[in-house]
Design a protein around this ligand. Sequence first.
Ligand SMILES: *[C@@H]1O[C@H](CO)[C@@H](O)[C@H](O)[C@H]1NC(C)=O
Ligand SMILES: *[C@@H]1O[C@H](CO)[C@@H](O)[C@H](O)[C@H]1NC(C)=O
Ligand SMILES: *[C@@H]1O[C@H](CO)[C@@H](O)[C@H](O)[C@H]1NC(C)=O
Ligand SMILES: *[C@@H]1O[C@H](CO)[C@@H](O)[C@H](O)[C@H]1NC(C)=O
Length: 287
Amino acid sequence: MKLQTSLVMVLLSTHCASGAAYSYPRAQNVTWSSTNFKTILSWGPRPSANYSYTVEFFVAGGDRRRNHHCIRSNATMCDLSISLTEIKSCYSADVLSEPPLGTTSDDIEFPHSTSPTFCPYRDTQIGSPTFNLTVHEDKRTVTLHVTDPLTAVFKDDHQLSIRDIFSDELQYKVSYQKQQSTGSKIQTFSSRVIEITNLDRGESYCFKIQAHIPSRSENQFGQLSETKCSHNDEEPVLKVYSPAVIAGGILFILLVVGLITAITVIYCSQKRKALKSGTEGCPLRDV
Ligand SMILES: *[C@@H]1O[C@H](CO)[C@@H](O)[C@H](O)[C@H]1NC(C)=O
Ligand SMILES: *[C@@H]1O[C@H](CO)[C@@H](O)[C@H](O)[C@H]1NC(C)=O
Ligand SMILES: *[C@@H]1O[C@H](CO)[C@@H](O)[C@H](O)[C@H]1NC(C)=O
Ligand SMILES: *[C@@H]1O[C@H](CO)[C@@H](O)[C@H](O)[C@H]1NC(C)=O
């Protein structure tokens, strides 16, 4: 009898446990990733059909808010770009494990995991800028036109660039070098129209650019642009082509000349043979 009651107790308690909210797995590895203020919260594991995730985000001490795309969802990420409207504030987010969409539960509290704090203005990565380049008449100056990367922030239906947001705090760091050299020079500019002067005439230079926000303590540098080179069309042949290419060219010419000589020699000697046999053959036919 005693055994039976304890068995019932055990069964009851396991039943209760499986029905309780705490049977839903807690979200793990809640992380932020953000570039140009496009900000994604992600976590794991993928939910089974029995449960879903809801995201609540808040500024410390402020109200909890939700993004309607991230309520009782089976996704393991949530795009909060347009939700984090106070870009100079710091946000945290809770990922709650809740019953699936369309079901109800008596539970009021669900297991949750809290993200690290994220401060958009300070933490978002700056993406790679694009630029074009023009060489001046004097061949010693190059102008770079940088396009300020656009952000996921809108103001009055207008998409803001990183310049709109960081204004004077934004600089561009330019690294450049002669095309066939390894030593690079670095200069920083506050404008997006950049003049590089005192270049060596007749040399090609390669440039790459990244945003630089010196006021930040971390993530000061943005992602690197692709490398673009100036082309100098006045370069003498010897500079444009490497010694290997020139040697290859000479070798090729020698080969062709050799081949022609060989063919001529063989052709002539055979013709001579034919002539000889011809003079010997003719009298025989006459007989
Ligand atoms: C969380 O991160 C750890 C270590 O990177 C990894 O082993 C684990 O599988 C991750 N969990 C989920 C649910 O992604
Ligand atoms: C989820 O549902 C499946 C069957 O649909 C069941 O086997 C499993 O135990 C449930 N898991 C939880 C945590 O409730
Ligand atoms: C996730 O939910 C959507 C509907 O919200 C559904 O169409 C989809 O099949 C679900 N995916 C999984 C893996 O359960
Ligand atoms: C370079 O970009 C600027 C705008 O950023 C544009 O005005 C200019 O025409 C472009 N120049 C070339 C050569 O494409």
